[in-house]
Design a protein around this ligand. Structure first.
Ligand code: NAD
Length: 334
């Protein structure tokens, strides 16, 4: 039986990845600071431990693994990454995790291949000032000028994986994810990303309400449904191409369009209230030429179909939170 190890298995993408690998027949071990938030892990073995401690990765690699996926990171949405308040933690914690994982991979000799989840946040801000024409071809990451410490750590760690591949014979694969979303992702609490935050705001709103949007809402992004991110991930892992390569959608929308699309899925009329807030770059979308050239594949699922599934899941969560008393009060108001 093939074995897979997922670091960050308690997180959003990691928990979906464990499900997929277990479904493919892998024996899966997951490692994370916490169990998945919304459903039990599909991993055969789940270790709750801190990867900043060097012994965690080494102990997890006590046997041979065909596929190792490294998704653990100290991360969140714009309110976590772009305010500056978490910069030291972001750089320190995620770099330490990657240093420890690679050192354990080298020392144990038990890693067939290792995948590292990098990010679109590595791309320089100056190439993403035009919301209609952002540049994110893989080579454009250099000369480097990410707009966040999160992006700098990702760039450093990409280099670390490739250096270990060159010097210690590891088989590394590196992908740059662009805004992955879907059910069972963080949807409240400050670390949620735009699609989940907007789904929550729309679900909480009543007909005709307004919801808050950071900035003028004309900044562009693309969003990738989690199932497609997993498809790209395992295809890259099992290919001869090392990367780095974008795994993202090329369906670019403004944040206003994203909000209105969610409102239309919810069949609500919603007004947008633009307020100051952390923004990130002005425009970003995934350039999918390289992945298509190397893997003969690129994501194709429409944004709207992924949003519909995500909205249904978040709406149910919001509904669960409404206590009978609050529901009664809401009923009296309407
Ligand atoms: P997530 O925050 O849901 O998952 C990360 C997991 O890492 C969490 O469960 C967290 O508990 C775990 N972790 C953090 N510090 C740890 C530690 N010291 N020891 C053990 N576990 C620790 O994030 P996600 O959205 O699932 O992202 C997975 C990976 O993909 C991350 O590396 C992220 O940077 C990258 N990525 C994600 C996106 C996206 O849109 N979701 C975009 C670009 C890159």
């Amino acid at each position: 039986m093939k074995r897979a190890l997922v670091f960050g298995a308690g997180g959003f993408i990691g928990s979906h990845l464990v499900k997929r690998l277990a479904g493919e027949g892998f024996w899966v071990r997951g490692v994370d600071l916490k169990q998945p938030d919304f459903s039990p892990s599909a991993a055969e073995d789940f270790v709750v431990a801190d990867l900043r401690d060097p012994s965690t990765a080494l102990e997890a690699l006590d046997r041979n693994f065909d596929e190792v996926y490294q998704l653990a990171a100290d991360m969140g949405g714009a309110e976590f990454i772009f305010t500056g308040e978490n910069d030291a933690d972001i750089l320190h914690n995620s770099a330490l995790i990657n240093l420890n994982v690679l050192d354990a991979a080298r020392r144990s000799g038990n890693v067939g291949r290792i995948f590292y989840a990098s990010s679109a946040c590595v791309y320089p801000e100056h190439n993403q000032l035009d919301p209609d024409d952002p540049r994110t071809d893989e080579a454009s990451a250099y000369p480097a000028a990410p707009d966040s410490e999160y992006g700098w750590e990702k760039l450093f760690s990409e280099r670390l994986y490739f250096a270990f591949a060159r010097n210690h014979g590891l088989e590394a694969r590196v992908a740059r994810y662009h805004n992955v979303f879907g059910p069972e992702g963080t949807w409240t609490g400050g670390r949620e990303k735009a699609p989940a935050a907007l789904c929550r705001k729309v679900a909480e709103a009543t007909e005709g309400d307004s919801i808050e949007i950071f900035g003028d809402g004309l900044q562009t992004r693309s969003f990738l449904y989690v199932e497609e991110a997993l498809e790209g991930t395992v295809r890259l892992m099992r290919s001869d191409f090392a990367g780095p390569v974008n795994i993202g959608s090329s369906e670019k929308v403004t944040i206003n369009e994203l909000a209105l699309s969610i409102a239309s899925i919810a069949e609500k009329t919603i007004r947008l209230d633009h307020i100051p807030g952390p923004l990130g770059v002005r425009g970003r979308s995934s350039d999918n030429r390289l992945i298509h050239e190397q893997l003969g594949w690129r994501p194709t699922r429409s944004l709207r179909s992924g949003l519909a599934e995500t909205y249904r899941w978040i709406e149910a969560k919001v509904r669960d939170l409404i206590t009978p008393a609050a529901a009664a009060a809401q009923h009296r108001r309407s």
